[in-house]
Ligand binder design. Structure first.
Ligand SMILES: Nc1nc2c(ncn2[C@@H]2O[C@H](COP(=O)(O)OP(=O)(O)O)[C@@H](O)[C@H]2O)c(=O)[nH]1
Ligand SMILES: [Mg+2]
Length: 465
């Protein structure tokens, strides 16, 4: 579906192939192609700037990994940046099984569907009802507030019949009266979730927004989803911005904090089954900052899936195998790092602050201090005596900050650290001079221990000699 961008990138990175280093010129040439590819895929300019900037910053001067070519490595960097832009950093915080929706509320939890006419609101309301019912075990109640098109209410009723959920039966043509009736009926039916389908216009207009805000204020939805056509390009940005601002702005200052009154909470992109270039997804997510929850992949009621940043980024790039190859190589390189440190230790070279930082970073990856303790054999007995959670990882992060504030020379040669330098470093890292002193002491001890180990004093170290 996104062959477009991947083709462009393929060409650009193909040109990088075979080089041994990621030089600035290489990266810039590839980024020019990336920029063109994204532009042609209708990604909005601010999003392109952000993405290209991110990739450039990370790619230039990057040490080339053994086992991949520089082009492949840049693909991975682009992929990571895209995943991030699409909301990958939220992984772990939002429950993906639940599509990221947080439906905790006094039932019924209201989901408000918003968007232009023809964007896919009604279809998506039906798809979402089916998904909530079948994968989340929720009882769902549907209600149409689209009184402007005679067939709209009927369309939702048909969908409700297909899914097997209840739907508001009312002849009222008053939007607010219908909304009130829907809330009451859903409550009476003990529905977990009430999905409100709304009317759209062909373009953004004030009347539509005013009506939407009124409904929103009445229904206090846990989620206000913008349903938008994923095949639209630059227009998508205007639409997303328009809804987000109109929904957020009206309430600022009054009850901004209250749930359901702060703009859009999520996006659903429809028609991602067509020849969508993926640009809309990147752009809308970038301008609104709200997550994409679901994708619509066809007209059928089951053509619906939970949005995954990794999967979309992979499809945009069309380079899934390259990404996993680079990931494997990166893991191996870390292993090599560890071995290099061991070698340095045994050879009698002094460990400097660079080594120390590597250690800290490695420890962090292994789950911090508490995680490390878990892994050590025989720690069970001792663990009860130490509250592992008190071994604060924040301390470790502060130590890394101290090392980051050192110059390259200082990191290599701890002896340079006189009082004046220590003061400067403390200031740079936002810590006290005592903190810096502690780290220097730690570094000295580390080398003392290393020396003892080398001289076969391990037994002595643990008190057997
Ligand atoms: N191919 C495709 N068509 C869709 C998708 N979602 C909705 N549609 C179609 O788009 C048209 C408008 O959808 P509708 O739900 O009525 O839009 P609404 O005006 O926002 O309520 C209908 O013909 C739907 O079948 C999708 O994910 N893929
Ligand atoms: Mg509709």
């Amino acid at each position: 579906m996104f062959e477009f961008i991947s083709e462009k990138l393929g060409k650009a990175f193909g040109a990088l192939g075979g080089k041994a280093l990621l030089t600035e010129a290489d990266v810039d040439a590839a980024l020019r192609e990336l920029r063109v590819g994204l532009l042609e895929a209708d990604v909005a300019l601010p999003a392109i700037k952000h993405l290209v900037g991110l990739v450039r910053e990370r790619a230039v001067g990057e040490a080339v990994l053994k086992g991949v070519n520089p082009g492949q490595q840049v693909v991975k960097i682009v992929y990571d940046a895209m995943v991030e832009l699409l909301g990958g950093q939220e992984r772990g915080t939002r429950n993906e099984e639940r599509g990221g929706l947080d439906l905790r509320a006094v039932p019924p939890a209201v989901i408000l569907m918003a968007g232009l006419q023809g964007g896919g609101k009604t279809t998506t309301a039906g798809k979402l009802a089916k998904w909530l019912k079948e994968t989340q075990g929720k009882s769902v109640y549907l209600a149409s507030l689209d009184v402007y098109r005679p067939a709209a209410i009927e369309q939702l009723s048909v969908l409700a019949g297909k899914v097997g959920v209840e739907v508001l039966e009312s002849d009222s043509t008053d939007v607010m009266a219908r909304a009130k009736a829907a809330l009451a009926a859903a409550k009476k039916a003990s529905a977990d979730v009430l999905i409100l389908d709304t009317a759209g216009r062909l373009t953004l207009d004030d009347e539509m927004m005013a009506e939407l805000v009124k409904v929103r204020d009445l229904a206090k939805p846990v989620a206000t989803l913008l349903v938008a056509d994923g095949q639209t390009g630059q227009v998508a940005v205007e639409v997303a911005k328009g809804f987000h601002e109109a929904l957020g702005r009206k309430e600022r200052g009054t009850r901004n904090e209250e749930r359901g009154s702060g703009g859009l909470t999520g996006l659903v992109l429809t028609r991602m089954d067509g020849d969508a270039r993926g640009g809309a997804a990147l752009s809308m997510r970038f301008v609104t900052g709200v997550p994409i929850y679901f994708l619509g992949l066809g007209e059928g009621i089951a053509a619906f899936e939970v949005f995954r940043p990794e999967s979309l980024a992979g499809r945009i790039l069309g380079q899934g195998d390259v990404v996993s190859l680079v990931e494997k190589v990166q893991a191996a390189a870390k292993e090599e790092d560890a071995q290099a440190m061991e070698k340095k230790l045994l050879s009698g070279q002094k460990l400097d602050f660079n080594d120390m930082k590597k250690q800290f970073v490695m420890m962090k990856k292994m789950g911090g201090m508490a995680g490390m303790l878990e892994m050590l054999p025989g720690m069970g007995a001792i663990k009860s005596k130490i509250d592992a959670s008190k071994l604060d990882d924040k301390v470790m992060l502060r130590q890394v900050a101290v090392i980051d504030s050192m110059t390259k020379a200082e990191r290599r040669n701890p002896l340079l650290l006189n009082a004046r330098r220590r003061m400067r470093i403390a200031k740079g890292a936002g810590v006290t001079v005592q903190d810096v002193n502690k780290l220097v002491k730690m570094q000295e001890q580390m080398n003392k221990v290393a020396k003892m180990m080398r001289s076969g004093g391990l037994a002595q170290l643990i008190g057997r000699k």
